[in-house]
Design a protein around this ligand. Sequence first.
Ligand SMILES: *[C@@H]1O[C@H](CO)[C@@H](O)[C@H](O)[C@H]1NC(C)=O
Ligand SMILES: *[C@@H]1O[C@H](CO)[C@@H](O)[C@H](O)[C@H]1NC(C)=O
Ligand SMILES: *[C@@H]1O[C@H](CO)[C@@H](O)[C@H](O)[C@H]1NC(C)=O
Ligand SMILES: *[C@@H]1O[C@H](CO)[C@@H](O)[C@H](O)[C@H]1NC(C)=O
Ligand SMILES: *[C@@H]1O[C@H](CO)[C@@H](O)[C@H](O)[C@H]1NC(C)=O
Ligand SMILES: *[C@@H]1O[C@H](CO)[C@@H](O)[C@H](O)[C@H]1NC(C)=O
Ligand SMILES: *[C@@H]1O[C@H](CO)[C@@H](O)[C@H](O)[C@H]1NC(C)=O
Length: 603
Amino acid sequence: MKLRHTIIRFFSENFYVIFGIIIGLYVSSVIQIAEDINCDKNPSNYHGPARADISNISNTQNKVTLPVLPKRPSQTTRKSKSKLIRPRYYSTELGIREKLFVGIFTSEEKINTQAIHINKTIGHLVDRIKFFMTAQYKLKTKFNLTGLVGFTDARSKYRPFQVIKYVGDTFLQEYDYYFFAYDYTFINAQRLKDVAKQISVSMDVYLGVRVKDGSFCNLDSGILISNSVLKAVRNYLDWCVMNTISDDHSENIGRCIYHSLGLTCQGSVQMQSLPSYKLKHFELSQYLHDLSNKNEFNRAVTVYPLLQKEDFYLLNAYFLRQRLTTINEEIENLSKILNDTWPPGQRQGAKPATRFDVARQYYFNMTHVFFPDDFTNVRRHSEPELIDIMNIIDEIKAQTSSKHNSVLEHKGLVNGYRTFDLSRGMDYVIDMSLKDTSTGEKVIKRFQVCKPLGSVEFVPVPYVTESSRVNIILPIQETEIALAMEFLRNYNSLIMDRKEKTFLMPVLLYQYNSGSKGTNDVFGEVKNFVTKTASRYKNDDAKIQWVSVRLPESSKPVYVEDVQVLNFAVVDLALKKIGLESLCLILDVYCNITVDFLNRVSL
Ligand SMILES: *[C@@H]1O[C@H](CO)[C@@H](O)[C@H](O)[C@H]1NC(C)=O
Ligand SMILES: *[C@@H]1O[C@H](CO)[C@@H](O)[C@H](O)[C@H]1NC(C)=O
Ligand SMILES: *[C@@H]1O[C@H](CO)[C@@H](O)[C@H](O)[C@H]1NC(C)=O
Ligand SMILES: *[C@@H]1O[C@H](CO)[C@@H](O)[C@H](O)[C@H]1NC(C)=O
Ligand SMILES: *[C@@H]1O[C@H](CO)[C@@H](O)[C@H](O)[C@H]1NC(C)=O
Ligand SMILES: *[C@@H]1O[C@H](CO)[C@@H](O)[C@H](O)[C@H]1NC(C)=O
Ligand SMILES: *[C@@H]1O[C@H](CO)[C@@H](O)[C@H](O)[C@H]1NC(C)=O
């Protein structure tokens, strides 16, 4: 999809934004307040997370493993290219696959015990799980379980190849990795998934634990093979079946893979391995404590053999707990780093290169801002600025009254300072005069408020000439009509009058029960304005046209702020009218755009 997509929203109107190639910018409405700032919040104390350890580059470089390049398409695929038959799903055409298929070798006697335990412990974690067994009859009539695959051929030594044939025929397109094990093997599915995720899908993988003095992987501890290996093995199944000389599944699989690809069991691939632990005690619950001190046990992806129900669940609980501990530790480690910045996790502002680059700090009181530019001493706040300041003061009031149980009464603003940093957002320092109602004492407290920029996304865009039309989508809610009219009037004088090459599409969001005809029309004013403007600029490049959307029925009014998914619905609808190939800009009624800004967009 060649959609060039710009999502821009403004929290308040007075950010005049001059960006390079920033494509998505969203000023979050998070307002963070720190009370009683003390002066040792010194940038030089900053120990940010950005310092990477690169002390031994040469060392790390040696460890980089180059992925194997995907094979060239074969002659046959190139020939059949002449007539492309579209598959049913995008994922098939694009070769998008799920990660992990798990196949368990089991038997009819174990279906109601071990298979169930395995299914219960890992069934919900892997993308698909299947249980393979011998069955001479229709499985459905005997078991209510799904995920069972029965083979009528009872000759055990061919079982691996029956399984490979079945999986290859049925699931070859769908998974990157296939893991096989017996029903007496406990699988730490989270770790197994981690391993599968870390290995490049372009590798040929036959991963497991090598049998002693052998070249094949032990099926007892589980074997992970990649899609490419499964594909290759499937082509040599006849040879593999004819040369099945052992009763050991592990050996038969190993020989077959070796014949197909020349691959022997890999202990590790791209630094990932599948450690396994063989239990030597029969009463796991008694020895678990001892085992928990053993490193080999703790890092195991599989543990075998297990026969009892309790043992499966015991191990499951043990490894889940281990994982939980690690995750909690990770969270703690990460939050420590976050605490080094204020507000936690936000970018620090850009460090000025010279003293001339220091971001300007503007002083203001409740009504005026001082030295707003090089030529003005003092001017009144514009309306958006005023709304912004009021918002911040309301937020401070809310925070202090919740923190100090309303013993502090607000008297008013003493000083205000405002700084805008392009890489961080808007910072305010506010001195408030407060009265302590318990003592009657007057105090002045300083607050630091930050309105951070959020979610800045860089999306690579194809080169567009400045002459391409910018399509603007403007959703308008019933509560925003006054603002919308102001936006439209501004837009009219700034953009339409200059005959810029634009197309504005106001999307009118009607509540399900609002009138939309004649004088009852809630959006009548907007519609009239748009129609009038459209006819006035009929012969110009600047175009404007509204569309309306009726929101679904609901007990209370539906607002975009509450139901974010509406944004997608609006864009989806608008794109149908505008076309997918065009350049789109999504705005809201709170912003005031300029020609310069539009030029940035079409660049
Ligand atoms: C870098 O790695 C090499 C090889 O492992 C080692 O000899 C050398 O001491 C290491 N240098 C540092 C600074 O750690
Ligand atoms: C399968 O389900 C039916 C009805 O839910 C039940 O009567 C039957 O006992 C179940 N069979 C097995 C083998 O669990
Ligand atoms: C495995 O679990 C799923 C639900 O999680 C269930 O539908 C399925 O029948 C189970 N299969 C077996 C063999 O236990
Ligand atoms: C957390 O930090 C400690 C000390 O820096 C480190 O030893 C530990 O491995 C870290 N834990 C995780 C899960 O990253
Ligand atoms: C981060 O700072 C806050 C407040 O200063 C504190 O409550 C919290 O415990 C700190 N967290 C960490 C992980 O240091
Ligand atoms: C803000 O400063 C201006 C200029 O000095 C002054 O006229 C105005 O009264 C002040 N506003 C408040 C609320 O103090
Ligand atoms: C919008 O921008 C224009 C030009 O920059 C300016 O003249 C106008 O006053 C602004 N409108 C508002 C509401 O800030």
